[in-house]
Design a protein around this ligand. Structure first.
Ligand code: AFP
Length: 321
């Protein structure tokens, strides 16, 4: 089986990008170890601090954020980084071709129940000159690489550099990521959807109608039964979509008028949208293609509907698209 470094060597990437992706992969191995120690390392529970989102940070949120920051600072190819756990962008130096956005530990609410969590990363080109938050505000289509690491029964890295999507599995014996799926293809159709149903009364009518129709099953307008999953960690739900198809959505809702959307554009929606599109799926807000959105703020949130292309199209019809 091809190792990640063998894959990167033959993928015709710039040496700088290959080195950066190697740094991210190596950092994820350390994060995997920290996550797997759990209670034994006293890393569960809350850190007693809040992030810029006003969310209580888990100890592992802070620990993994610091691990990634240190790794990227030492890499030499990264001008600056933006993290879910950092209020402002962190400028690392005046050298390096790339900007990196990341969610160090997506699915934090799963940490203390030993459920799925992951790391999501997005690599953008660094513009010449002074680096500020403005430098990061590039549409997702500009990403030169994107991926996630899922800390599940096995630790798996999903990666795209614009040449399809590859899945690597961490071999606990050798410590190497091995290529286990060379070309992910999301099935165009599906009978599985993922949504947090507890927000149903807060959705727009378009989403209420779409979901109402599909849960009517065979007797309903869709003429077939659907299954539902909800992992409460985007990395886990998206990995299932890449693995066997499906539709994942976190739509807009009126639950908190100050927060009409949940998922963050720069380090959740954009990297996942690139992976899904590269694997033959679609990713939309319900009204706009995610990768075409011009970001206005580094921690901006958006609605997300992604997955099997034909099912996303059906959902978009309910949104008048
Ligand atoms: P946390 O990292 O705060 O747990 O949020 C995870 C997430 O951003 C995304 O990964 C999940 O799909 C979504 O939130 C889960 O949201 P709910 O907790 O409202 O179901």
């Amino acid at each position: 089986m091809q190792t990640l470094s063998q894959y990167l060597n033959q993928a015709q990437l710039s040496p700088a990008l290959a080195a950066l992706l190697t740094t991210l992969a190596n950092s994820s191995k350390d994060i995997s170890q920290a996550v797997r120690k759990g209670a034994l390392a006293g890393v569960l529970g809350v850190a007693g601090t809040e992030n810029v989102q006003g969310e209580s940070q888990k100890k592992l949120d802070v620990i993994t954020n610091d691990m990634l920051k240190d790794a990227l600072a030492a890499d030499g190819h990264v001008r600056a980084l933006a993290s879910e756990e950092e209020d402002e962008v962190v400028v690392l130096g005046d050298k390096g071709e790339f900007l990196v956005c990341f969610d160090p530990l997506d699915g934090s609410s799963n940490i203390d129940i030993n459920s799925l969590v992951g790391t999501i990363f997005s690599v953008l080109p660094a513009p010449v000159g002074e680096i500020s938050e403005q430098s990061f505000l590039q549409p997702g289509r500009n990403q030169v690489a994107a991926g996630y690491v899922l800390y599940g029964p096995s630790t798996m890295l999903a990666l795209t550099t614009g040449k399809g999507v590859q899945l690597f599995t961490l071999d606990p014996v050798s410590g190497e990521y091995l290529l286990t799926v060379a070309e992910v293809q999301i099935p165009k159709d599906t009978a599985e959807f993922a949504i947090n149903m507890s927000n149903q009364r807060f959705w727009e009518a378009a989403m209420q109608n779409y979901i109402a129709d599909l849960i009517q099953g065979k007797a309903g307008p869709r003429g077939k039964s659907f299954n539902m999953r909800w992992i409460a960690a985007m990395v886990g739900d998206v990995h299932r979509v890449l693995s066997r198809g499906g539709l994942f959505t976190y739509p807009t809702d009126t639950k908190d008028p100050k927060k009409p959307f949940k998922l963050r554009l720069m380090y959740e929606a954009n990297p996942m949208a690139l992976l899904v599109e590269q694997a033959g799926g679609k990713a939309s807000t319900g009204y706009d293609t995610i990768l075409d959105i011009q970001p206005e703020q580094i921690h901006q949130r958006v609605a997300v509907i992604l997955g099997s292309a034909n099912e996303v199209d059906v959902c978009l019809e309910y949104h008048g698209r």
